[in-house]
Structures are given as structure tokens and as C-alpha cells.
Design a protein around this ligand. Structure first.
Ligand code: HEM
Length: 402
């Protein structure tokens, strides 16, 4: 008989293998039960690995999104204050109000206005490496691209991107399952730095508004006090971090997947019109955000399982996107897959606000790279992913090309 409660001993689980390739683990867990109670990975809660189960939970507003730092954690009060003012961690009323203020600046039409800047940046980055015949896709291409784009949208200097890199890595670790007292301590320090950074920029824009998003958000703050100062800072931090971490992951993983699947690479080079379905397939196959969390605000029954009030629910988007009950041959990369209703951007009320921007950046980056280089090869065929659980993030990807 299948059970949906177990502990780590029941699994052939190795954390180092998990970081590199979590999919066998997801399969094993789903085969026992797609809604599965565990203390595995240190965090007690319900581990959701099924597609339909994930959609059901994300659609149900009784499952709340909460800041990962607990309210009683006085030591991390600054981090907590930022997190509880981020739309990502707020619930219906507060969430609607925050999201509606920002959504209007992220419509597909407005995002399309970024196209010339993205094209120019991609071309410049490729020009810098083309004679070398080699690059690290993460640090020479994906990261500077995603950072420059979000920096330009927000209105912060792109030259500060080494800071963004360090802040993002620390912030991501503070919300990941792998967080430790040390990484939390770092996040407290980094949060102070980010707050000071944005305060300075906000002060400058208050005096002299520009055409950037920070100036527009200040306008929202001043208009009937619709956005508090804490909310303004938290929104800037969220956009800076969300705006590039996952996009870097998407662009680098996509290139790695193409190198690992030469027939698909050839197919895309011969049929550039497949780029749109290809991006969706990369998002499904190697979902940049692998895990999101919710808390039950009351006792809730999902598929005959009662999830009790206060219990944590961990939704493995990377697992849902490889669920064979939803996707045929889920472990096969197919750049022409259509339809492809993956959950890489989440679902329902917190659905990714930057999805159009991420898609546009990835599309231009991959299209132009494939137009300009031939014989793309990885120096090391084993991908080295960061040792975090919530994100599928390549540390580096050294490639050669003609
Ligand atoms: C939310 C993934 C790029 C801004 C989300 C969520 C996911 C996600 C899964 C939902 C989280 C949840 O429900 O708990 C991704 C992926 C990206 C990407 C895979 C790139 C490939 C971006 C970009 C931006 C952005 C470029 C901004 C410029 C946001 C924001 C939210 C969000 C603001 C919170 C929305 C809300 O709470 O209502 N993203 N994201 N993301 N994303 Fe993205």
C-alpha cells in the first residue's frame, strides 16, 4: 500500500547528486505519493511533486505565501521587514494592492519597448567574446545581460552589477532550504547594504525624477500614499533580484541543454522559428525556480489528504514540469513541444510578473548567439549547479565556438 508519510531512510537520497540532478528523486517521491509528508531536506512539510496537485494548491487562496524568515526572528528583523513588504510573500488584499501598482509597468507592450536595448546589449556581449572563441556563458553573457536589462528598467547604474551578483547570491541563499545561521547572518548585512543603496537612489529620484521605474514607483508612492516607503524599497529589491537570477539560469541552462542535445541544436539552427516553443521547453525541462512554498491558513483537503492549518507545503515546480501524467516523455527535450503548459512561472495570483521580459531576453540572447557562432561545445560536459535546492543555477558554463 502506498503511504504519504515517510522519512529520509526510505529514500536512496544523496544531496550532492540531488543538486546536480534532482529528477530521479522527484520521480521516486511522486511514485510513492505526489502529496507526500516528509522531513527530508531538513524542512518538515508536504512535498508536492505532481502537476495537477501543484495547480490545485496554487489556485487555492487558502494556501498563503509567507516570508521565509519567521516573525519571531528578531535578529533578522530587517530582512523580515523587506520580505513582508514584497508582493511575493503577501496575501490577497495586500498582494493585490502591491501587484496592481507594478503590473501596469510590465505589460507585454511596455516590455517590448526594451527590445532594442536587449538586442544592442546581446550584440555587444557577443562581440566581446567572438574573437576569443571561448566564454563562460554565465559570467560573460547571461549575467551581464540580465543585470543590464533590469538595471536599465529600474534606473540603477549597470556598473554596479558586481554588487547585484553578490546581493542576489546571498539573498537567494537566505530563502533557500540550504540556509544556515552563517548565510542568514550574511543576508542581514547584505539587506542593510541594499536598503542603503536604494534609499540613496530614491532620494536622488525624488529630487530629480527620470524616465525609469523607480521614478514611476515614487510617483505611485506620492499619489494618495498608495505605496509606503518600505513597500517601495521591498519592490525595488524584489525586482532587482527576481529580475535577473532566474533569467540568468534560463539563458545558461538553455545553451547547455542545446549543447547536450546536438540534434535539437541543429534543428533550432535550421528552423529559427522554433525559438518560441524552444524557450518554453527549456523553462519546463530545467525550471530555473525549482521550488516555491505555501502555508495552509486552515485545514485543507487536497486529493483526500488533509493538510492541517499552519503546515508548510513545498511545491517542486521542476517535478510538476516532469510529471508523465501531464507531459508525454517528460525527460525528453523537445524544442517543438506544443502545447506546453509548464509551471515554471508559477500559477494563479503570484504568476511571475516578469515572464514576458524573461521570455524576450532569452529569445533574443539565444537566437542571436546561434546566428553568430557555430560549433558550440561545452568544455566540461558535466554541468556544475549551485548547491541550492530552490533554483537550478549553473555556477559556470565554459564553452568554445567557431
Ligand atoms: C514571481 C519564476 C523572471 C519578477 C515568480 C514566480 C515564479 C517565477 C515561479 C512565482 C512565485 C510564487 O508563486 O511563489 C521566474 C522565472 C523567471 C522569472 C523562471 C525567468 C526565467 C522574472 C523577471 C522579473 C520577475 C525578469 C522582473 C523583472 C517576479 C515578481 C514575482 C515573480 C515581481 C512576484 C509576483 C507576485 O507575487 O505576484 N517568478 N521569474 N521574474 N517574478 Fe519571476
Amino acid at each position: 500500500m502506498k503511504t504519504n508519510t515517510t522519512n529520509i531512510q526510505s529514500f536512496s537520497f544523496n544531496i550532492s547528486e540531488f543538486f546536480q540532478n534532482p529528477y530521479p528523486f522527484y520521480e521516486e517521491m511522486r511514485s510513492i505519493n505526489p502529496i507526500y509528508k516528509s522531513t527530508l531536506l531538513k524542512y518538515q512539510g508536504w512535498y508536492i511533486t505532481g502537476y495537477e496537485e501543484t495547480v490545485k494548491i496554487l489556485k487555492d487562496s487558502r494556501f498563503h505565501s509567507r516570508p521565509p524568515i519567521p516573525a519571531f526572528s528578531r535578529n533578522y528583523a530587517n530582512v523580515r521587514r523587506i520580505q513582508e513588504n514584497m508582493m511575493l510573500f503577501t496575501n490577497p488584499q495586500h498582494h493585490r494592492q502591491l501587484r496592481s501598482l507594478v503590473t501596469k509597468f510590465f505589460t507585454p507592450n511596455i516590455i517590448n519597448e526594451c527590445r532594442p536595448f536587449i538586442e544592442k546589449t546581446v550584440d555587444e556581449l557577443i562581440d566581446q567574446v567572438i574573437c576569443r572563441g571561448t566564454m563562460d556563458v554565465v559570467s560573460d553573457f547571461a549575467f551581464p545581460l540580465a543585470s543590464s536589462v533590469i538595471a536599465k528598467i529600474l534606473g540603477v547604474p549597470a556598473k554596479d552589477y558586481p554588487l547585484f551578483k553578490q546581493w542576489t547570491a546571498t539573498f537567494i541563499q537566505s530563502i533557500d532550504f540550504t540556509r544556515s545561521p552563517k548565510t542568514l547572518g550574511n543576508s542581514r548585512k547584505v539587506t542593510e547594504e541594499i536598503i542603503a543603496y536604494f534609499k540613496k537612489i530614491i532620494r536622488a529620484r525624488e529630487q530629480e525624477p527620470k524616465e525609469d521605474l523607480i521614478s514611476k514607483l515614487i510617483g505611485e508612492k506620492q499619489r494618495e500614499e498608495k505605496l509606503s516607503y518600505d513597500e517601495l524599497i521591498a519592490t525595488c529589491v524584489l525586482l532587482l533580484i527576481a529580475g535577473h537570477e532566474t533569467t540568468v539560469n534560463l539563458i545558461s541552462s538553455s545553451i547547455f541543454l542545446l549543447i547536450q542535445n546536438p540534434r535539437q541544436l541543429e534543428n533550432l539552427q535550421d528552423n529559427p522559428e522554433f525559438i518560441t516553443t524552444a524557450i518554453e521547453e527549456f523553462l519546463r525541462f530545467e525550471s530555473p525556480a525549482q521550488l516555491i512554498a505555501r502555508t495552509a491558513s486552515e485545514d485543507i483537503t487536497v486529493n483526500e489528504t488533509v493538510i492541517q492549518k499552519g503546515e508548510q507545503v513545498y511545491l517542486f515546480l521542476g517535478a510538476a514540469n516532469r510529471d508523465s501524467r501531464k507531459f508525454q516523455n517528460p525527460h525528453q527535450l523537445d524544442i517543438a513541444r506544443n502545447p506546453n503548459p509548464h509551471l515554471a512561472f508559477g500559477h494563479s495570483s503570484h504568476f511571475c510578473l516578469g515572464s514576458s521580459l524573461a521570455r524576450l531576453e532569452a529569445k533574443i540572447a539565444i537566437q542571436r548567439l546561434l546566428q553568430k557562432v557555430r560549433n558550440l561545445q561545452a568544455v566540461d560536459f558535466n554541468g556544475h549547479y549551485r548547491k541550492i535546492i530552490g533554483f537550478k543555477s549553473l555556477v559556470e558554463l565554459n564553452v568554445t565556438f567557431d
